[in-house]
Design a protein around this ligand. Sequence first.
Ligand code: SF4
Ligand code: MSK
Length: 658
Amino acid sequence: MAQEKSVDKAVLEVLACCDGEVETAFDRAEQVKPCPIGADGICCRICFMGPCRLVGKVTRGVCGATRATVAARNFARAVAGGAAAHSDHGRDLALTLLAVAKGEAQGYRIRDVAKLYMVAGYLGVETEGRSVNEIALDVAEKALENFGQQQGEVTYISRAPHKRQQLWRDLGLVPRGVDREIVEIMHRTHMGVDQDAEHIMDQVLRAALGDGWGGSMLATDLSDILFGTPSPLQSQVNLGVLKEDEVNIIVHGHEPTLSEMIVAASSDPELVAYAQSKGAKGINLAGICCTANEVLMRHGIPPAGNFLSQELALATGAVEAMIVDVQCIMQALATVAQQYHTLLIATSPKAKIEGATYMEFDEHKAYDSAKEIVRAAIENYPNRKEARIPAIRENLIAGFSHEYIRYMQGGLYRGSFRPLNDAVAAGRIRGLAGVVGCNNARVTHDSGITQVIRELIRNDVLVVVTGCAATGAAKQAYLRPEFMAEAGPGLREVCEAIGVPPVLHVGSCVDNSRILTILTQCATEGGLGEDIADLPAVGICPEYMSEKALSIGTYCAASGVYVLFGVRNPVAGSEEVVRIMTEGWEAKVGGKIEFEPDIEKLIEKALAHIDAKRAALGLPAYDPTRYGESGDRLVEQLRSSLGEEQAAALYSVPELSE
Ligand code: SF4
Ligand code: MSK
């Protein structure tokens, strides 16, 4: 039974250990049955004549709304929620950059000046003869304008391939301002406004584009400017990164503004000495969810787990403080924390949590706030009782920003996407896939994520990962270079030549915007068409749970990508909306969204799409026997001469010291 809950051994160990002692999302998923009408998207509760449940013979609500209108409105509001979350995150980073530029943000500085110049170029900010702070101030203000702008175009639309920009303009899909499109969804889906499902879904495309090419892309860029653009580094993952003899602090949520300061404070000599005075050997920092990805990508701080591990981390009894900000924080955490000694510290003025200790994080005195929070964690160390940390952790390599992916294909002066495009064109790499998104307690934890990645790699598909999917992959050792031994022969050759794993961790959920940049660079490099929709590429979200995942899927589809979701179809109750998102969007924008809960079928569909795109480009059909001479030979020779274990050791990441 427990076996079906997760494929993560550490999760299973803690679940077995705390069975009957603590209630988790795994238990509640069994107790709370989803309402099938709501799950299919055909329950309308937009006005108070409802809720109207359009099932069986009931095809219209009290106002006459059809299933298509209701399903489209429900989907639209979910995307608006997701786009708002990403975009508010981006806005907060712009406000932090503004405060840094004015010298009002204690502890922060501009870490990547080269990226600041690049972003200034995108935003039309003059750089000649100006100081870094003057440029940063204008960049922050231009970024903020993109959120509140009422007319015109979100600036980063100009970073898409020309053909795509033109298509969006012709279709009237270019977002005017990030916030405006979200507000317009809320207005249009109010009772008695937009009643045409396709017209509602057009606005969904426009608002989601404002997320992907607006809020999220700005969030990524501004984070890189403030905290550094990631490049490859080693770390570890899973609950075994918690330490018996140190003060364990977990950062959980999304925005790097807070976690960056916690990283700095946790190595402050004064606080380390304070931890030692309480009997601990030091301060050990780990992450959960996307905050984990932010601090992993830039500092190598290990993720303790992904979304469904959050309660279990506390159930180890070894966590002195879990520091949370916004998004994906389960309300049950406060109850779990109270069962152990953990201090759950809420920090965002946007997110008060009943049962948590509230310590507001003020970016204007960020370092002082962070030190105060870390001090509270240290003071809790003597309260720890029994710790049950599973001895399970895995090594990984992360930090593949799109800048680094370009750099690794030719260095600083000759970096390009030419080698990748050539490998795809020749059939050495069959295609490209982004495997992203959450965990969902309705399906076996990490199972869909790992099955999809494993099969794609075996079929010579290069995979990039973000969010909780990246953590799920890392826990199964997929982010180690030796995982290339599992790859198909052609992909293995490429990974050996460049020296990278076949699964590249590109960041957090907002960093799905890095995938848009990678796809744009592949599309404009030459040899694979001239638009994102021409590429043999797919986006897959096997275990989605959040509204943000729907926004990400929608902006990818609007950008020309075939997107497959696992779990279940949230608009299944309306054939018309299903048709709009599939054939309709494919004809209109070249991308589409399909929901396929059967993971084997999902993989088949992904590979069939990649092959169809290869054929449309006139590329040779994928042939797994054609390549792999160098890679195969090397690995096979090593295996036969040294034995499996020693051969694997040659590819392995050296063990990290404690
Ligand atoms: Fe029912 Fe129409 Fe009101 Fe929706 S908007 S709850 S369908 S009456
Ligand atoms: S944290 S949005 S569960 S990926 Fe970004 Fe993970 Fe999904 Fe939250």
